[in-house]
Design a protein around this ligand. Sequence first.
Ligand code: ATP
Length: 288
Amino acid sequence: MTSILLKARAKINLTLDVTGKREDGYHFVKMIMQTISLCDTVLIKKVHKPGIWLKCDVKWLPCDERNIAYKAAALMIETFGIKQGVSISIRKRIPVAAGLAGGSADCAAVIKGMNDIFELGLDEQSLMEIGSKLGSDVPFCIMEGTALAEGTGNILTRLEPCPELNMVLVKLPVSVSTATVYKNLNCYELPFHPDTEKMLCSIKNKDVGDIASGLSNVLETVTIKMHPRIDNIKNKLIENGALGSVMSGSGPTVFGIFADRQTACDAADKIRAELKLKSVYVVKTEDK
Ligand code: ATP
């Protein structure tokens, strides 16, 4: 095999809790992560000449060592003494800096793809360990599906697949830095916490209504202060039939869960038109 084309799928958080902070600034989290259908595509080709050639259809994203997909290729080449080179072509569809782990998904695709085309024979756990050196969401993007993340986000437990959820994702035209959101979070005085255990039961019972009503993310306490429109979007999703809505990750993307795809499509059309927003997507949850 000399080339491989992979989907790099985004993630959302059904719950996101922060339970404390380490002295070095890292936060302890408890969050339920879910893979969704929105994806970038990543084409990876083996080339004879040593080196890394990266291109991306989003012109303002860096294509050098600042790109996390480039970093993944460099780490794979160094760790496994790969003598040949790779060319990587990324078609981005996941909004950037949106709380959807788009960069981490590209990074995961490069790690998995290089394992295949260079026939390294590494198992998923080993790939996840390599990924953890590049970003805290990368191991989940390698694992995919539904998972509980604990510790500093590094302890992942695979969960039973979530029932298929029809969702609308809305991304405001602002970028949010995950580091800034965590820096401004007062994790010892949070006004609410998600009921993670209840969400775990709702997923197990495949109860869409209970999953929607249990959506919760403590990072909203910071990001909504920075961008109050996030709250309006959450309400707009509910007004248009969502069973529940919440911000994903550190934001600004908000999503709502709908009873069926048609209601989700209708809500997306209305929100696009009324709020004059371009980045509105109808997506669904996906298993591994
Ligand atoms: P997370 O939810 O994991 O915090 P995010 O969705 O908020 O991630 P990303 O889209 O991964 O954020 O982008 C974060 C930063 O990473 C951006 O500022 C961007 O410039 C940089 N970056 C580097 N490589 C990539 C890539 N391949 N795709 C997107 N962003 C990238």
